[in-house]
Design a protein around this ligand. Structure first.
Ligand code: UDP
Ligand code: MG
Length: 314
């Protein structure tokens, strides 16, 4: 039977915590009764330096019912770091860990399906939103544009998957080899490999309280996603430089022709040529330097170059 842990990052979630805990506990009781998860499975809240009663609520819950556990960070480190802390702390205890937000916008009724897929050999099961009916138009539009731009930038993310996913112990073990400081979990998890699958669900509205992801944090996350997964922006500069330099060659020919047929004021041809040619060359040079910086950047991450899944020996 699967020993399933939940990792739930919480930042100022006093308004939803009790509600969420009750719903999760009911779900767990149900799954335990049906023999789907082992009785020593746990629900773990990670307090990301909340300023409200989040931590005292977590402590109370833990006292009332041992199924609840809590981890407290010294200060607010952001959703991604809080979640990483949860995953890395729980990987040695659980068979599989599901990460989910405290507001339960993600459907807890797909836990069964996730566990089933895990038991059938999947190491990662991604929760994918089938609809975003409850999100505002703005949130939906920006979020979907975000996934598309990320993919264009070479950072492969699963469309409409946020951080609601199940990871097996060995997938977490492999993930722990990614030592980088700038993290964008939903983009990094697919790098690990192993067999994966998706489950679809409809995203609900927040139980209570307001989003802890205002536009500013969303943009920061998007930027983090692009820059921590890809050096494509640098490559774009190289290309831009090359294109402008190519245009400058055309302009040089054009202005020389104009010059020789005498259809120019003096100084025009030389000025035009220098602006375009130098501009293009400078961009190209920045791009080339950038390529090396990009390589250095990727080297500094010291990511594992491979992860062995099986070794048939003797
Ligand atoms: N969160 C966190 N630290 C932060 C901001 C958010 O741990 O600095 C948690 C938050 O408590 C919630 C999850 O991240 O469990 C997702 O936040 P939210 O539901 O507000 O984001 P949204 O669903 O609006 O994108
Ligand atoms: Mg939410």
């Amino acid at each position: 039977m699967t020993k399933l842990y939940l990792a739930i990052p919480c930042y100022n979630e006093e308004e939803v915590l009790r509600d969420s805990a009750e719903k999760l506990n009911n779900k767990y009781n149900e799954m335990m009764a049906e023999g789907k998860i082992s009785p020593d499975s746990k629900i773990v809240f990670i307090d990301d330096g909340s300023k409200d009663k989040t931590w005292s609520t977590i402590s109370e819950l833990h006292k009332e019912n041992p199924v609840f556990q809590g981890i407290k960070l010294t200060r607010n480190r952001g959703h991604q770091n809080a979640l990483l802390c949860g995953l890395m702390t729980l990987k040695d205890k659980a068979d599989a860990v599901i990460s989910i937000d405290a507001d339960l916008q993600d459907d807890i009724n797909v836990f069964d399906e996730m566990v089933e897929k895990y038991e059938n050999g999947c190491d990662v099961v991604y929760g994918v939103r089938s609809k975003r009916a409850t999100d505002t138009f703005f949130k939906r539009f920006t979020a979907e544009a975000f996934y598309k731009i990320l993919n264009k930038m070479g950072a492969k993310v699963i469309f409409n998957h946020a951080d609601f996913r199940l990871m097996s112990k060995r997938a977490l073990e492999a993930f722990s080899m990614y030592k980088e400081t700038n993290i964008f979990l939903r983009g990094m998890v697919p790098l690990v490999g192993y067999k994966s699958d998706v489950v679809k669900y409809e995203r609900a509205e927040r139980l209570a309280g307001e989003s802890k992801y205002p536009l500013k944090k969303m943009l920061a996350l998007a930027w983090e996603g692009i820059t921590s997964l890809s050096i494509q922006p640098i490559r774009m500069i190289t290309w831009l430089g090359a294109i402008i330099f190519a245009i400058s060659l055309v302009i040089i020919v054009y202005s020389l022709v104009r010059f020789f047929i005498g259809a120019t004021v003096s100084g025009w041809a030389s000025t035009l040529c220098s602006i375009w040619a130098l501009g293009g060359l400078q961009l190209l040079a920045i791009g080339v330097i950038g390529e090396y910086i990009g390589k250095i950047y990727l080297e500094t991450k010291r990511r594992p170059r491979y992860i062995v899944e099986e070794f048939l020996e003797d």
